[in-house]
Design a binder for this molecule. Structure first.
Ligand code: FVH
Length: 293
């Protein structure tokens, strides 16, 4: 089945994200069938022209491609399990957040049902869906992605990564890790300045400028990480380990908890203990690698 301009599509899951996905398909004129465990959450979409399905199987039978966006992997299994068989010869695109292992296991399950499986990671919040700024990562069946790429394009910028169905989940979780690291640093910074009653809105522009300056250095760090050459160190690990103690001491003195920032301090000190003190902080990535669980 090839993708037409307005190919039918089904959406399972109408939480905050699923509603945005179904809405974007409707906006582009795709005949859209929707299902949600709590049926009433489909009402607004039905009023906009979506067709309500009473069961996941009915929804999946209505379209060549079904997009699933539920809370987690357990919800996906619970939803798709009873519908096994309804999907044969069709494509399933799972945009539920999950691990690479879960994506690979789901791909195996889908293959057993004769289903083309694509896993995905949504790098956007619901209001961004349907705009170019919404990045959606895909991996898994190249054929299915190619067949439905234009339909999926209604959701945002569609980027296909690899035939390994786990790749999109890996990138998704890695990008979330970078985001949460930034949030953690930001929240700690605001707790520090807030301890002296500096309004968050007053200090935040300085944080944004500083983070942008640091972000500019990430490609050079990536090159060092790929080459393993961490010798170019204007700001070496040992110096940073020493000044990091001040960050922790000052936080405690200001009455600010250090749970968000302690791990980085511990890693800097471990790097010094392992002889990496004279090099660049990019060497810390190597210390994080452990044998897979
Ligand atoms: N919202 C966001 O900002 C992020 C952006 C990036 C991607 N995530 C992931 O998207 C998945 C869905 O997130 P969501 O925001 O739509 O989540 P909720 O609004 O909480 O809706 C959850 C839906 O899942 C249904 N559900 C939960 N458990 C079950 C189950 N056992 N069986 C069937 N359906 C289930 C729930 O149904 P109901 O409660 O309305 O009946 C909602 O449709 C998620 O993986 C994010 O990490 C969102």
């Amino acid at each position: 089945m090839t993708d037409g301009d307005r190919s039918p599509v089904s959406v399972l899951g109408l939480g905050a994200m699923g509603k945005a996905l179904a809405g974007a398909f409707l906006d582009r004129g795709h005949p859209t069938t929707v299902w949600n465990r709590t049926a009433g959450r489909a009402d607004a979409l039905v009023a906009r022209g979506a067709r309500r399905a009473d069961t996941p199987a009915e929804a999946m039978a209505a379209s060549p491609v079904t997009v699933v966006c539920l809370l987690d992997d357990a919800a996906v299994r619970e939803t798709l399990g009873p519908a096994a068989g309804a999907l044969a010869g069709r494509a399933l695109v799972n945009l539920t957040n999950g691990t690479p292992e879960q994506a690979r296991a789901m791909a195996g399950w889908a293959a057993g049902q004769g289903v083309d499986y694509v896993d995905g990671g949504i790098m956007a919040v619901p209001p961004m869906i349907g705009q170019d700024g919404a990045l959606i990562l895909y991996s898994g069946s190249r054929e299915a992605f190619g067949a439905h790429e234009r339909t999926l394009g209604a959701l945002g910028s569609a980027v296909y990564l690899d035939e390994d169905p786990g790749r999109a989940a890996l990138y998704d979780l890695a990008l979330l890790s970078a985001m949460y690291g930034m949030f953690g640093g930001f929240f700690h910074a605001l707790a520090m300045t807030g301890s002296e009653k500096v309004p968050a809105a007053e200090f935040t522009p300085m944080v944004v400028g500083w983070l942008n300056a640091m972000i500019a250095g990430l490609p050079a760090m990536a090159a060092a990480i790929d080459s393993g050459d961490h010798s170019a160190a204007d700001s070496n690990v040992e110096m940073q380990a020493v000044s990091y103690v001040n960050l922790l001491d000052a936080s405690r003195a200001q009455g600010v908890g250090t749970e968000l920032v302690e791990p980085m301090g511990a890693l800097l000190h471990r790097a010094v203990a392992e002889g990496l003190g004279a090099g660049a902080v990019s060497s810390l990535v190597g210390l994080l690698r452990t044998d897979p669980a």
